[in-house]
Every structure is written in structure tokens, then in C-alpha cells.
Write a protein that binds this ligand. Structure first.
Ligand code: HEM
Length: 474
């Protein structure tokens, strides 16, 4: 009783100053859909939060300098070796800083899960056509978040100055200077010129911990604000129309679920960090421009670019005085075209679809066979490129030569995507026919409901889980 009285007095005192009660009441009544696929965006959000927290701890001990020192730390295998200050600080984090290795491994695993969650979330948005009006802007913001996450992952594992990251950095530099006209300027801006040079690591560090995370945080805020204003979409089903949203209210059901998910994401990342070794830089050794290591591979989210580099034939293009090197086509042109396609997709689709007005009810993947088939083709294309990024491992595993494997992969990358697209198209059409048949065979009431879900809006809405859309989403 006393605690209730104190709580009431405290909230009245706060409200008399901030006038926040109305806003909080509306916010707590906000409805979120219950479908599991809406959790993918949240997994991305929570892994980003873990990245920021673990990254802040690591930043206390990491020194982004390529000045040379003699290593004399706890990892005796490298005792007396000439290494950079940056590499030495990473070894110290791994072997001398309390919980340093755990936090470092959690940071790296969180980055992988962050990227995985973004891609899965984006695939859900694409395959259910959630990018349609009024959410086109959020599709564009989301894609920019993906680009920033990819770039920041590269900056992160490139600044440790171990043999693997130094090799990746040189590939990154080569890709950057292959861009006609502006390439060398960009390389100077982001890397301080030819790598390795003393400016590279400090610039990477500044980009990795300030600029890119700052941009991600700002865009993420905008992304979530827009979702809040526009409200979520809904999967088709009873009582779900363009003007209603069915699910759980923010308080208490959704809050409980979301906190549970946060703890789960944290638990998985902590478990991976504790038990599964990742990026063991002490085994690679310090970066030396004259050396490289066998089986050098980027993280998986950039493996498709590595694969494209390996598969693309060695053809340079000469345009008057200018030479466009072969590296430009697979590593700059192909990803740029891919992202151009993705950025323009909601607007391109509008040219062909009959959708007008706001689209708050999702389409199911099988209801749009062309789109789903295209998505499957694109997925297989990227998957073959990713596998090609490890063609040396594949050759070892199957006992063939790298040249043979690469030739086979060059054929597979051309044939597999259209085959996957055609197969997916026919599967979708078949599922659609089966569903239509089943709908016709069910009771007249059920088929009426399935055929005309909009009519459900005319029925009284249950007070707890159905929320009427209004401009501004309140
Ligand atoms: C840093 C990366 C990202 C985070 C943390 C994030 C987070 C979220 C969250 C929490 C939601 C609400 C739940 C859900 O619908 O899953 C959401 C919705 C949405 N996101 Fe993202 N997102 C990210 C990247 C992306 C990307 C790459 C795209 C697409 C290119 C995208 C497009 C959208 C759209 C259109 C919605 C509204 C979906 C709906 O209401 O059905 N987001 N995002």
C-alpha cells in the first residue's frame, strides 16, 4: 500500500512537470504483431547494442598505431618479435586485459550475428513486400544501414594489423584505387594513401568507432521512429486489414517478450564468445607486406565480393588514356549494380503493380511468384560467390585443383541462379493452387473470410489486441 502511494505521488509529481502521462499511456498501448519474423529486426538491434558496449570496452585498450615495438607480453611464441603498437595492444587484450579475450570474441561474434540478422530481416521485408507504400523510405534507410554495417565490419577486422587483416587491407586498397577518376582520392581520404602507411590505422579506427557507429545510431533512430509512426505491417489473416493491426500491446506482453529476446541474444553471443574461438590473430602473426598466409578469407558477409574477384576473368578495359582494371568489375561495378537494383526496387515494382495507397497487409512469398523467384535466384548467386571466396578450401576438401574448381564455379554461378528462380517460381504457383483448392473446399464462412478480409474491419474490434491505424500511428 505504502509503495503504491509513493509510486502514485512520484508519478503525479513527474507528470505535473513533464505532462507525459498521455504520451506514455498511448505508447504503452502501441500494438506490435506477434509473428516471429518481426523479431529479426530486433535481433539486429540487440546485437548492435552489444557491439557498442563490447566495442567501448575494447577501445579502452586498443592503440591504433603502426609504430614498431618489440613484443614482450604473455604470449611467449611471439616474444622478441618486431610488431606494431596496434598488434601488440590486441595481443594484450587477448592475454593480459581482464576478460579481454571474452569481450573481443563477443564483439566479433556480435558483428557476425548483426550482419546475419540484418540480411534475414531484409529478406523478410523483401519476400513479404513490406517495402511498399508508406514504407519505401524505411527500405532506403535500412539498405543504408546494411551498407554501413558491411563497411564497418571491414574497418573493424582490418585495423588489428595482423597478417590476415593487413592482407585484406591491401585488397581493399586495390579495390578503392580501381575506381576511375576518384579512386586514388578516396584511398587517400580513407586510408591515407598507399597502404601500409602510418595514417591508415588511425583513420580506420576513427571511422570504425566514431563516424560509422554514429551514422548507424542516427539512422537506426530514424528507422525505428518511422516504424513507430507508420505502425507495423501485418500478415494476412482474420481481422487484419489495411486499417487494423493485430498483436500484443507494448506493455506488458510485448515488453516481456522483447526483454526475453534481448537476454537470449546476449546469452548466445556470450556463449559463442566464451566457447568458440574466432579470429585468433596471435596464430596469424604481425602484418608483413612481403608475406601472406594460406587460406586467407574475409568474414562471410564480404566473402561474396572475394568470390566475385576470384571468378571474374582477367580482362582490363582501355578507354582512351584510361585503363579500367579487371578488379573494378567484380568488386565495384557488380556490388554497385546490386545495390542500385535494391535501392530502386520499391519504385520499380510500383511501375508494374496495381497497388495504390498504403499497403499495411503483407503478401506471402508464394502469392508473388516472380518476386520470390527473383529473390531465390539472387540468393543462390550470392551463395555461389560466397563459396567461390573459399575455392582453395573447396579444392582441398574435394581433392581437386583450384583451377578446376574455379572453372566449375564459373559455370555454376551462371546456371544455378536461373535454375533456382524457375524452380522457386513453380513451387510458388503450386502452393498457390493448393491453397486456392483448400479454400474452396472449406466451409462457406471460412472461404468468405479468406476471400474478403477487409470486411472484418466492419466487425467490432476486440479491445486488447487490435489497433486502428490513424495518421501518426496513435
Ligand atoms: C541496423 C540494421 C537494422 C535494424 C537494427 C533494424 C531494425 C528494425 C526493427 C526492430 C523493425 C521492427 C520489427 C520488424 O519489422 O522486424 C524494423 C522494421 C523494418 N525494417 Fe529494419 N532494421 C535494420 C535494417 C533494415 C534493412 C537492411 C532493411 C531493408 C533494406 C530494413 C527495412 C525495414 C522495414 C521496411 C521495416 C518495416 C517492416 C514492417 O512493418 O513490416 N531494415 N527494422
Amino acid at each position: 500500500m505504502i509503495t503504491e502511494k509513493i509510486a502514485r505521488q512520484a508519478s503525479e509529481a513527474i507528470d505535473s512537470r513533464l505532462r507525459a502521462a498521455k504520451f506514455i499511456r498511448t505508447a504503452l498501448n502501441h500494438v506490435f504483431p506477434d509473428h516471429w519474423s518481426f523479431m529479426l529486426g530486433e535481433i539486429a538491434l540487440y546485437s548492435f547494442m552489444i557491439l557498442v558496449v563490447t566495442g567501448t570496452y575494447l577501445a579502452l585498450f586498443f592503440h591504433a598505431s603502426s609504430a614498431k615495438v618489440i613484443y614482450n607480453g604473455s604470449y611467449h611464441a611471439l616474444d622478441g618479435q618486431k610488431v606494431s603498437v596496434a598488434y601488440r595492444s590486441v595481443l594484450n587484450i587477448c592475454f593480459d586485459v581482464p576478460a579481454g579475450l571474452l569481450v573481443r570474441q563477443m564483439h566479433h561474434w556480435a558483428a557476425l550475428i548483426f550482419l546475419w540478422a540484418i540480411l534475414a530481416h531484409m529478406a523478410r521485408i523483401f519476400l513479404t513486400a513490406a517495402y511498399r507504400k508508406p514504407r519505401e523510405m524505411n527500405w532506403l534507410i535500412g539498405l543504408t544501414l546494411l551498407v554501413l554495417a558491411l563497411v564497418n565490419g571491414f574497418f573493424g577486422y582490418s585495423m588489428l594489423d595482423d597478417l590476415l587483416s593487413g592482407t585484406g587491407l591491401r585488397i581493399g586498397y586495390a579495390i578503392l584505387i580501381s575506381i576511375p577518376l576518384v579512386g586514388p582520392w578516396l584511398a587517400f581520404l580513407f586510408m591515407g594513401g598507399t597502404v601500409p602507411n602510418p595514417a591508415t590505422l588511425p583513420r580506420m579506427f576513427a571511422l570504425h568507432i566514431f563516424l560509422v557507429p554514429g551514422l548507424i545510431t542516427a539512422l537506426l533512430g530514424l528507422h525505428l521512429f518511422m516504424i513507430w509512426r507508420q505502425l507495423h505491417t501485418n500478415y494476412p489473416g482474420p481481422k487484419r486489414t489495411n486499417r487494423t493491426i493485430v498483436g500484443s500491446r507494448l506493455w506488458p506482453a510485448y515488453t516481456g517478450k522483447s526483454i526475453g529476446l534481448l537476454l537470449l541474444v546476449f546469452g548466445v553471443i556470450a556463449g559463442l564468445g566464451a566457447f568458440f574461438q574466432i579470429d585468433p590473430v596471435w596464430t596469424y602473426g604481425p602484418y608483413d607486406p612481403a608475406s601472406t598466409m594460406a587460406g586467407a578469407q574475409p568474414d562471410w558477409y564480404l566473402g561474396w565480393v572475394e568470390g566475385a574477384l576470384r571468378l571474374f576473368p582477367g580482362v582490363n578495359l582501355r578507354l582512351g588514356h584510361w585503363l579500367i582494371p579487371e578488379i573494378f568489375f567484380p568488386a565495384v561495378l557488380m556490388p554497385s549494380l546490386l545495390f542500385l537494383f535494391l535501392y530502386s526496387w520499391p519504385f520499380t515494382e510500383k511501375l508494374f503493380s496495381k497497388d495504390t495507397g498504403d499497403q499495411n497487409v503483407l503478401r506471402l512469398p508464394y502469392e508473388q511468384p516472380f518476386l520470390t523467384a527473383g529473390g531465390a535466384g539472387l540468393f543462390i548467386f550470392l551463395l555461389v560467390l560466397l563459396v567461390s571466396g573459399g575455392d582453395d578450401f573447396l579444392a582441398l576438401a574435394v581433392g581437386g585443383s583450384v583451377v578446376e574448381i574455379r572453372t566449375i564455379l564459373r559455370i555454376v554461378v551462371l546456371i544455378a541462379p536461373p535454375c533456382a528462380a524457375v524452380l522457386t517460381y513453380f513451387i510458388c504457383v503450386r502452393v498457390m493452387r493448393r491453397k486456392a483448392l483448400r479454400t474452396r473446399m472449406t466451409s462457406p464462412e471460412a472461404s468468405a473470410e479468406a476471400a474478403a478480409p477487409d470486411e472484418m474491419a466492419l466487425e467490432p474490434r476486440p479491445p486488447v489486441d487490435v489497433h486502428e491505424l490513424t495518421p501518426g500511428g496513435e
